[in-house]
Design a protein around this ligand. Sequence first.
Ligand code: ZN
Ligand code: ZN
Length: 555
Amino acid sequence: MRDNVSASSRVDAGETANELECLPYSVQHNDEGVCLLVRMGPHRILLDCGLKESSLLLSTLTKSAGKGSSPLPADLVLISHAHPDHARGLLALHQSFPLLPVYASEVTSKLLPLNWPDQAPQEIPQFCHALPLRSPVELQDGLVVELFPAGHLPGAVAILLTYTTVQHSYRLLYTGDFFLSNSRLVEGLRLEELRGLDLSVLIIEGTYGTSRHPHRRNQENQLAERINRAIADNCSVLLPTPALGLGQELLMLLRSHHHFTGRDLDIWVDGAVASGCDAYLELLPHLPPSVQNFARHQPLFWDERVRPRVRRLPPEHRATVGKSPCIVLTDSTSDFGQYCQPDTGPWLILLPEKIDIKVHKKYLAPTTIDSYLLAQHSDGPGTTQLIHNLRPQHVVFVHGSSTYLADLTSLEELQNRYHVHSPSAGTLVELPIGDTFLQPAAPETNYEGELTELGTVITITLPDAITADPRWRQFADTGLIEGHWQGEELVLRGLSQRDLLHQNSDRYTSSDVDCCGNCRHQRGQRCWNPASPLYNFKVTLEGYCPAFERLNDSQ
Ligand SMILES: [Zn+2]
Ligand SMILES: [Zn+2]
């Protein structure tokens, strides 16, 4: 009898059951926002809630709530960051399903109310629970979440979900919007925190497709140059931006760029951008140490004392503020005609690339419109770099125009290694995870071997799989190798025919490029120049330092 009970209640864990799937309600191909429902085993997790039309959101979600046994459209909601395309539908969602738990980072939970500027802040309920960074939290039985700073915006996180069954741990990472580079008010996503996660699924944004960006400092200089030229031409500059992120980055840039520091110039901040600045000031302890340090010496944004002056623009000054050249930052949704008035001088409206801003008014003052790049997301190479570091079985692209996402999904370097998806809204993506799935060949592989000490020599044994790498032939060309220590690690280098020819002269003369290899202070691959920061260190021959002096080589 007892046997019967236990036999009938024993549930086979279903080796063929599909434990993971993603139903995108909205994927931000244009500006419709991001809202994804992810299922991991029995858990239903809503990632972001950026749908613009809350009616659409609610009808969709209510339908899905009706389907299962649960009265809620998901078990919980996780918000990656406070931008409207990820969070604006949240208040309506909360009002319809007050029992649905919502989580985000602490900073995001504080910035969220900026999404509902028409509501009095004290009337917006505190429905978002703050989760700590870099620390796993079990939100439901067998479902653990961990947040990692993602760059892009203060508080923005990549969300790691781990669902554990008896047989298997499934890991899904959703990047939200991410940026690998440091910007002025937020540090970039740290790749090393995410490496080696053994991911099943990566849901990643692809805003910039495969395009490649110039170095951030160049982007900043080009923009500063453009603004500087306009002001020299007696033109005022209007910079429409979203409330959070870009606007504050622009202010920091304008206050610290050599074109503007100390200059008798007014920078006016209007609308939601000004509220965004106030919100940042409340978050000062969460901003990078360099910013906190800056703020100890002078106000971060509002400053009438230090030039250029940064001030809030009173509404009654809108129509007259451009009489002498100035800079105005305003809300990307505001009517720019308010500023470009007959009494003012000419205007230059500078629009950020890849941010949807409508400009269709006829202006009363002479007005030029131009665009600039100050990226807030990683470019194509940054995106593929993150993917290769994570090596998931599935890559799901969202957040970007469908053509840009198609550029990414068709990359051979991705197709060869991963299951790549770019779903449109409403299309269910099944994400089968095979134990037998061959982990894709990684761009970087570790080879484990053995050391044997044999009296006067040692031998290093490595598996012959290493010879499959195309680099092996060059490495093994002469059969001779050279080793040197790098900290505690031993680095091996294959000696080429050319190295052997030059070995006697101990000189690296093959290059016209200034580098340690042809610097007169380098001997035995060590720097002997006390004036160099590399003094006394082992150097690589391709290395360089400002104390470089060319070797006088008569050969
Ligand atoms: Zn964003
Ligand atoms: Zn976004």
